[in-house]
Design a protein around this ligand. Structure first.
Ligand code: TRP
Ligand code: SF4
Length: 440
């Protein structure tokens, strides 16, 4: 079976393990011990995969600069799924990341056909207010793609490194796809690379926490990061099987290559468009070499992007089972929904309980097929122990669904009420976040 990842039509993903084999996403579990103070989605295996997150974990451990970035297409109501992504961004910010939140209005304009004022309104009223209410700090950056010169300029430059064949291989674009839709893809790549621009302190690890449907964008951006760089480091082998490194700089100024030759300790030969490093005499090895190459590129005005990292979380299922979808009202809860109505949806949600209480006492329930348990797992219960206890009691037939529904609906009510109060406070703080917006 061919698992298709389509960012504009994210179907249900039935088997996450296929993503490992087919796309080279790595399992997150192996990395967990390297993450200081892991987020609950990491501990609970809701984040199941990643690309290159090791470099981010390392920066967190060592206190070196790193960044986290996410973008949201302003398409409709902000809901629990968005909350998941926002919380991860905010968590990274609390761990020291320079955090970026981009409203992908160029994408909404080109893919959904929304007007600019509508993009702005949905962007602020839905996404930005909730982001701030959930705890995003003003040190981070909130921006609209259409207002961000960095992103627009970088998107245009990135466009020189990607052609139509590649886009159609990654996204299935056809002759019908409009040019602005293609540009919005380059714009997303620019969103992801922006934190590595000199203005924000230059190259650094950047993580994009996302659902697996966004992976095509990450594959594209990781490729572009390499192609944009002034120099490319390559491992090579001579006729006799002796290994050496080579630095290619096709579009690099001749002066930059010469400078590089001067700075690399060891036996280095300079050619017109590249250097061969026959011997590198620095004990710290490859990492040091990479560092020198990056420094020289930056000094001569080039990019030296590190390929961005990503993490991937499992999607929640719908409250009635099946898929959670914004077009099925009873399947999801919006963050702006009346608290009472939200609590009621929890009460009506599908559980993993049995038809009769007798049966459930005997057989136990199925918390892993229960959307009420999922709500507690993803959103409502912070304490792992409490959650494990509920799971255990359920499995043993010592807990009945009524108790869970009661607890979860109360917690949902409290969350929505509190969140909505915070959203109103956030409205007063928009200035602090550099957002120029007044409600009509
Ligand atoms: N394509 C994303 C969506 O559909 C939005 C997005 C734009 C994004 N730029 C991004 C996501 C950068 C992650 C990183 O919602
Ligand atoms: Fe779900 Fe709770 Fe019922 Fe178990 S007892 S199936 S966790 S609602």
């Amino acid at each position: 079976m061919n698992t298709k990842l389509d960012p504009w039509n994210s179907g249900e993903i039935s088997d996450y393990s296929k993503l490992f084999e087919e796309f080279g996403i790595s399992p997150f579990e192996a990395l967990l011990p390297e993450v200081p103070n892991p987020h609950k989605y990491m501990r609970r295996k809701i984040i199941f995969g990643h690309r290159d997150y090791g470099q981010v974990a390392k920066a967190m451990r060592e206190g070196t600069p790193f960044s986290a970035m996410d973008g949201f297409m302003p398409s409709g109501k902000v809901h629990l799924g968005h909350k998941m992504v926002m919380e991860q961004l905010i968590w990274h910010q609390a761990q020291g990341a320079d955090a970026f939140f981009g409203i992908a209005d160029r994408e909404a304009f080109s893919v959904r056909g929304f007007s600019w004022p509508k993009c702005k309104e949905i962007g602020v009223e839905e996404y930005v207010l909730s982001l701030i209410a959930l705890g995003f700090k003003p040190e981070g950056h909130i921006y609209f793609q259409s207002e961000c010169e960095n992103v627009k300029d970088l998107a245009f430059e990135l466009g020189t490194k990607v052609n139509f064949s590649e886009l159609s291989a990654i996204y299935g674009f056809s002759g019908e796809t409009n040019l602005s839709h293609m540009l919005s893809v380059a714009t997303q790549a620019a969103d992801i690379l922006q934190p590595e621009l000199a203005e924000y302190g230059g190259p650094k690890p950047v993580v994009v926490p996302a659902g697996p449907d966004q992976d095509p964008h990450l594959r594209l951006t990781r490729g572009l990061a390499g192609k944009m760089n002034m120099f490319r480091l390559e491992a090579r082998e001579d006729k006799n099987g002796k290994k050496y490194m080579s630095v290619r700089g096709k579009a690099a100024p001749a002066k930059a290559l010469k400078e590089l030759k001067n700075r690399i300790p060891g036996k280095v030969r300079l050619y017109e468009e590249h250097l061969d490093i026959l011997e590198f005499s620095d004990p710290s090895g490859f990492e040091k070499l990479e560092k020198i190459v990056r420094e020289v590129a930056l000094e001569f005005g080039g990019y030296a992007f590190l390929p961005p990292a990503s993490t991937y979380h499992r999607f929640m299922s719908g409250l009635q089972g099946g898929k959670m979808s914004s077009s099925i009202p009873d399947s999801h809860i919006a963050l702006t929904e009346a608290p009472k109505a939200g609590a009621k949806k929890v009460k009506k949600a599908k559980t993993g309980g049995c038809v009769t209480l007798e049966e459930q006492k005997k057989e136990g329930g199925k918390p892993d097929e229960c959307s009420v348990f999922e709500l507690m797992l993803f959103h409502l219960i912070e304490d792992d122990k409490e959650l494990l206890e509920i799971r255990k009691e359920c499995l043993a037939g010592e807990r009945m669904c009524g108790a869970c529904k009661q607890l979860a609906s109360e917690l949902m009510y409290d969350f929505l009420k509190d969140h909505q109060e915070k959203r109103e406070l956030a409205r007063e703080q928009l200035d602090e976040y550099g957002i120029n917006y007044k409600k009509e």
